[in-house]
Design a protein around this ligand. Structure first.
Ligand code: ADP
Length: 356
């Protein structure tokens, strides 16, 4: 028996209500081991007395089972939360209140009928473009809520790989390039098979939406899971949305799925702000354009939804490379054609949201 074994075992203890463990949340302050007696120091900030109680009980049960352990003592240091956060967690149990989003002025969803159309790429670059534009106007910031539980790629694309901290029972988003982000990817272990189904998905999504302290934001961009099923519907009902943007590719088949997505927003009375067509064309050095994935999908989708085509994003290898390296092209090369296209769409969003 050694401290490392105890620490490994502590990774099995989840923070109540989360799928993330107490070690990765950084709550363990000390581990002492003397002749079979284990002493664990835990430091948490919580208003709910049940949270530290539950953690202490779970630690005792988990560590008590280890061979060679005769006694487990838990030293729990609970800091009392500030008044402001008290209000937030009080309201957090009712989905409609959204105290954690009280200082978020606008929330928009980025949706697509199917995966692989570049929804996350667009989300991250649009968020960075919005951030640049708003910062120039001395407005408050931009956040991304990555709800794409099937493939949470925002942390990778935004170059954030830290672990979120908990403060006053709420998760603090992680920032990079001035954009705050919170992702399901932070909360699930990479090697945990993700079988999100039925009620589990609803519960996780609700917790996720309600337990992140976004602070003051001008715009929160929500990256929805692709598709138009129950999970997506439950999400758009859970989060108060000002509008939705549909991402599509130029081919006709994509246009059918995008329309299904749009009907989902109609059901919950969330206005469609517009359509962004991604992977529209590949531009050669002589300026000629090749339309690898067909043409007209974005325009047709926008027409049939009686909304606007907000922009066409070209296919650019540098865009993919930027995403893979965690530096969005809007940040690394704001003068590239793709970045300019994102910035132009961002300007239209700011106008549509009536921010001035
Ligand atoms: P989704 O979120 O819709 O599943 P992603 O944003 O993960 O799609 O994009 C899928 C892949 O396509 C990623 O490798 C991404 O880097 C790449 N990609 C997306 N848009 C473009 C583009 N306009 N040009 C080049 N590569 C792109």
């Amino acid at each position: 028996m050694d401290k490392q074994k105890i620490k490994n075992a502590l990774k099995l203890v989840k923070f109540p209500g989360f799928s993330r463990d107490i070690v990765s949340f950084g709550l363990i302050r000390e581990i002492e081991l003397t002749q079979g007696v284990v002493q664990i120091g835990v430091e948490i900030t919580s208003r709910d007395p049940q949270v530290p109680e539950q953690i202490a009980a779970d630690i005792k049960a988990t560590i008590g089972e280890l061979e060679g352990v005769s006694e487990v003592k838990v030293r729990m240091e609970v800091t009392s939360p500030q008044q402001q956060a008290t209000t937030a967690s009080e309201n957090a149990s009712t989905p409609s209140n959204h105290a954690t989003m009280q200082q978020v002025k606008h929330t928009i969803a980025i949706a697509s009928g199917k995966g692989g159309v570049g929804k996350s790429t667009v989300t991250v670059n649009l968020a960075c473009a919005l951030q640049r534009l708003l910062e120039a106007e001395n407005k408050s910031g931009v956040g991304i809520m990555d709800c794409d539980i099937y493939g949470p790629s925002v942390p990778l694309m935004l170059g954030v790989n830290g672990q979120p901290e908990i403060e006053n029972d709420l998760i603090r988003p992680i920032s990079n390039f001035g954009v705050s982000s919170m992702s399901m990817g932070f909360l699930v272990d990479e090697d945990t098979p993700v079988v999100w189904r039925g009620p589990m998905i609803m519960k996780t999504i609700q917790q996720f939406a309600q337990n992140v302290n976004w602070g003051e934001l001008e715009i929160l961009v929500v990256d929805l899971p692709p598709g138009t099923g129950d999970a997506q519907l439950s999400l758009v009902q859970t989060i108060p949305l000002d509008g939705a943007i549909i991402i599509t590719t130029p081919q006709a088949a994509a246009f059918q799925v995008a329309r299904r997505g749009a009907r989902m927003f109609e059901k919950v009375n969330v206005p469609i702000m517009g359509v962004v067509e991604n992977m529209s064309y590949l531009e050669a050095t002589d300026g000629s354009r090749q339309t690898l994935f067909g043409e007209g999908g974005g325009e047709e989708t926008a027409n049939s939804l009686q909304t606007e085509l907000l922009g066409q994003i070209p296919l650019e290898p540098a865009l993919r490379i930027g995403s893979d390296n965690g530096i969005p092209i809007v940040v690394s090369d704001p003068d590239s054609p793709a970045a300019k296209a994102f910035i132009s769409v961002a300007k239209k969003i700011i106008t549509l949201l009536n921010i001035h």
